[in-house]
Design a protein around this ligand. Structure first.
Ligand code: LMR
Length: 398
């Protein structure tokens, strides 16, 4: 039956983890996938999560959630993205469903887009998270790319970005990273976001925000929602994919939220019912445990403030490792500029290394990362930063 099936290509991010696991070298290091580690290199379960689990354990049952997921979890997620006192929440203008983390939120939106705007396209930045391509491709939405990154400055190509926004057909769908752009770690400034939002208004584009790293850019989830808040102030209707994988360390729980701001409550009810309809034949209803953890933490002032402290702790540790990596490279006498390591933000450093240099890092130093030169700074520790710096210096020496 299946003799014609060829093996699929390895995933550019998760395939790195597979290769890392197969390596037996004691020196091996995985800076591929964006998953936070403590300074000892171990996965972290946040204290607020442990405490929430204890509270949940005695009282939960194992019933199905509704097709749209936990209402309490959704309410709390919306407050995080749209703001505690948001008029849109009050006016019930947001259609929202619990999603299988950020990926599931993007996919549900892509399927919704295909079903209700069948002739539309999605504009995604170059570069972007590799899975964005897969998601919209599998939803059969044609993909266009727009300028984002400036390789020479290793920063934002703002004029290229603005030109592409202006040149796209009116009323286009755009995917924007709300904060801590993956893979580049390069975000527009507040002023630039205002200009982008203004141009979106002029062009009547629809902004879909992927917010996978709320809290990881600045250490403060409220500040990291700034781009979204600017668009809301300017009167845009937006879509938003939220994930609690990174900021609560709930990677394997697959917990997130998809929201779409509508004209009014009636439209929001219709849109939500259609999102549920899309979910039903795919996975019926979303999983319970992560939803309980998130809603327990966010609805309890004590657990929420513990969470905010812990997110900041993770973000600060990464910032410290950026400085350490840059200093180590300078100490080794690297003649190249490594300013971008500390200028970029979030989980990743877009190092500028070529695919060949990355291959050399892997083959000679057992350091695993994606071939686009992205380093997951969340896996760099005081114990391995010198080894990483030395290896980078060796492969980038002119
Ligand atoms: C990443 O970019 O490393 C993460 O978002 C994990 C993933 O699913 O690719």
């Amino acid at each position: 039956w299946f003799g014609h099936v060829e093996p699929a290509a390895k995933d550019p991010i998760l395939g790195v983890t597979e290769a890392f696991l197969a390596d037996t070298s004691p020196d091996k290091m995985n800076v591929g996938v964006g998953a936070y580690r403590d300074d000892g290199g171990k996965p972290v379960v946040l204290d607020c999560v442990r405490q929430a689990e204890q509270r949940i354990a005695g009282s939960m049952n194992m019933e199905y959630l509704p097709m749209g997921g936990s209402v309490k979890m959704i309410d709390e997620s919306l407050k995080l993205a749209y703001g505690e006192g948001s008029e849109f929440i009050k006016d019930k203008r947001i259609a929202a469903v619990q999603s299988l983390s950020g990926t599931g939120a993007c996919r549900l939106f892509a399927d919704f887009q295909k079903r209700f705007m069948p002739d539309s396209q999605i504009h995604i930045p170059t570069p972007t998270w590799a899975n964005h391509h897969n998601i919209w491709r599998d939803a059969h939405v044609p993909i266009k790319t727009f300028t984002y990154y400036h390789p020479e400055s290793r920063g934002l190509d703002f004029s290229g970005l603005m030109d592409d926004i202006k040149n796209a057909p009116d009323g286009s769908f755009f995917l924007l990273h709300a904060c801590a752009h993956n893979p580049t770690g390069v975000d527009p400034s507040e002023e630039q976001w205002r200009e982008i939002s203004h141009q979106f208004k002029v062009k009547k584009h629809f902004p879909f925000f992927d917010m996978a790293y709320q809290g990881f850019a600045s250490g403060d989830p409220e500040r990291d929602a700034k781009a979204i808040r600017i668009f809301l102030e300017d009167g845009h209707q937006i879509g938003c994919a939220q994930s609690f994988a990174k900021n609560m360390g709930l990677y394997g729980q697959r917990i997130g939220c998809l929201s779409i701001l509508c004209d009014d409550e009636t439209q929001a009810i219709a849109v939500k019912s259609q999102l549920q309809q899309l979910a039903r034949p795919m996975y019926s209803n979303p999983p319970l445990h992560g939803a309980l953890i998130v809603s327990t933490i966010l609805s309890d002032p004590e657990l929420k403030s513990l969470w905010l402290k812990e997110v900041k702790g993770m973000a600060d540790r990464i910032i410290g490792m950026r400085t350490a990596l840059k200093e180590n490279l300078e100490r080794l006498g690297s003649p190249l500029s490594w300013e971008h390591i500390t200028n970029q933000i979030g989980m990743f450093c877009y190092s500028g290394m070529t695919p060949e240099q990355v291959d050399q890092l892997t083959n000679e130093f057992h350091i695993y990362m994606t071939r686009n030169g992205r380093i997951s700074m969340a896996s760099v520790t005081t114990g391995n930063v010198a080894y990483l710096a030395n290896a980078i210096h060796e492969v980038t020496k002119p």
